[in-house]
Design a protein around this ligand. Structure first.
Ligand code: FES
Length: 181
């Protein structure tokens, strides 16, 4: 029997286990000024940081033709992407038919550029020119076949009138520690 477990007839408030829990809770609830000390002894704030993406106009709905991708860049000029009206509803799709989506065109396996590999028949990007991975654009860019292990990063889109904006990204762009880095 663990000697920190409550003993018969003893007050549960007096166990070592409970004293540890109270101390931990007290630290976490001590207020906005609370800091934690790392192993190295440097203070770190408790609250998590959030990352904001640029809201960037990417295209006009009226310019899109089904199965005719356009090249864009998001969230910055070093990140090649494509925006397409698939003609069928898609995960994350916008527009009246939920069929407008946008993805990074850098393969998540080793970063090959997949521009020009869109298949209208299969609604896929690929095969990748290096190792033949295909990504399904109707299902958030999941892998259909190939060496990659991560889905294609998908741009979060918004429509305002005729304008399409990028407002965020699902997944990490190949080669980056942070999408905005
Ligand atoms: S770089 Fe695309 S499958 Fe390897």
């Amino acid at each position: 029997m663990r000697n920190d477990m409550p003993k018969s007839g003893a007050s549960q408030n007096e166990t070592t286990f409970d004293r540890i829990c109270v101390k931990r809770r007290d630290v976490l609830l001590a207020g906005g000024a609370t800091v934690l000390l790392t192993v190295a002894g440097f203070p770190r704030p408790l609250w998590a940081s959030t990352v904001g993406y640029p809201r960037k106009m990417l295209a006009r709905v009226s310019d899109l033709q089904a199965d005719d991708p356009i090249s864009i860049a998001y969230p910055d000029e070093e990140s090649p992407c494509m925006l397409i009206k698939l003609g069928v509803p898609a995960g994350g799709g916008i527009g009246k038919d939920d069929d407008i989506v946008a993805f990074s065109t850098l393969c998540t396996h080793m970063g090959a550029v997949m521009d020009g590999t869109y298949s209208a028949k299969h609604k896929c990007l690929g095969p990748c020119p290096l190792h033949l991975t295909r990504f399904d654009l109707t299902r958030h860019g999941i892998i259909v076949v190939g060496h990659a292990t991560e889905s294609l990063p998908q741009i979060l889109l918004e429509i305002e009138g005729d304008n399409i904006f990028g407002v965020g990204m699902i997944g990490l762009i190949y080669g980056r520690a942070s999408n905005l880095g």
